[in-house]
Design a protein around this ligand. Structure first.
Ligand SMILES: [Zn+2]
Length: 255
């Protein structure tokens, strides 16, 4: 797996070799530009791809799993309109799931968080603000985001979450340093249907169904009107296929 230190040191080594060889091989400026471009794009793409594990080790699926277990996850709640609908569907289909909650939303909707907890679903930290510029935060800024949300959740359920999902799935060196301090387990996904961006709910559903396999983690959002249709159809399909819908913690601990 690619690692940021490995990429950085390899780039530095190639840079030094280019410098040494310059007088003998007439290395042009464009070789340096090429090296910089490759480094830049690898780091940029790696920041958006948690499965590369560039800055930190995130759990994105369970490989080599012997049972038909799958983890459905919901980001950006708790939401007063859609989270109760999701909870009812999960109950109807005897499914467990995981909710990655935004601290601000927790403070606005503590009673919904309590409902999630009472139904024995996993609750994870998904930052406090989830702002569009969150990925530019310093380590201290990230620590504030993480701790503030942990406290908001603790106030309602009396437990601090051990799981964390980065907003937008982006990881940075500053976030990695903050996670080293807080000790959260970072959770990604391997099925992303873009339920917040795609207009047609049937398309969203199809994108999930064609990727489903044991050990998968599905990313959904409990804050959009499509969630009721998509989740119900997905649960029906999984039931028919004899899947067990489990929490992230259960999937992690599966042998
Ligand atoms: Zn989010």
């Amino acid at each position: 797996m690619l690692n940021f230190k490995y990429i950085a040191w390899t780039s530095i080594a190639i840079f030094i070799i280019l410098l040494i060889c310059e007088p003998i091989l007439y290395v042009s400026f464009w070789w340096y530009m090429l090296l910089f471009s490759v480094f830049f794009w690898l780091v940029l793409i790696g920041s958006f791809s948690m499965s590369w594990k560039l800055f930190l080790k995130g759990f994105t699926s369970k490989t080599n799993i012997q049972t038909k277990k799958i983890a459905i996850t919901f980001d950006d709640g708790p939401n007063p309109k859609y989270t109760p609908i999701v909870l009812q569907l999960l109950k109807d289909y005897e499914a467990k799931a995981s909710f990655f909650c935004i601290g601000r939303q927790v403070e606005k909707n503590p009673e919904i968080l309590k409902l999630i907890y009472d139904e024995s679903h996993d609750i994870g930290n998904h930052s406090y603000t989830h702002s569009n510029t969150i990925d530019f935060k310093s380590t201290e800024g990230w620590l504030e985001e993480l701790k503030h949300t942990d406290q908001a959740i603790f106030k309602v359920i009396g437990e601090k979450p051990t799981l964390f999902r980065p907003p937008f799935g982006v990881t940075t060196p500053h976030l990695a340093k903050a996670i080293k301090v807080t000790g959260h387990q970072v959770i990604g996904w391997n099925i992303r249907p873009f339920d917040m961006a795609i207009k047609y709910r049937e398309v969203i559903l199809k994108r999930i169904l064609k990727q489903v396999k044991p050990g998968s983690i599905v990313l959904l959002h409990d804050k959009h009107e499509h969630i009721e249709f998509v989740l119900e159809q997905l649960l029906q399909f999984l039931k028919k296929q004899n899947y067990e819908m489990v929490t992230i913690n259960e999937l992690i601990n599966e042998t």
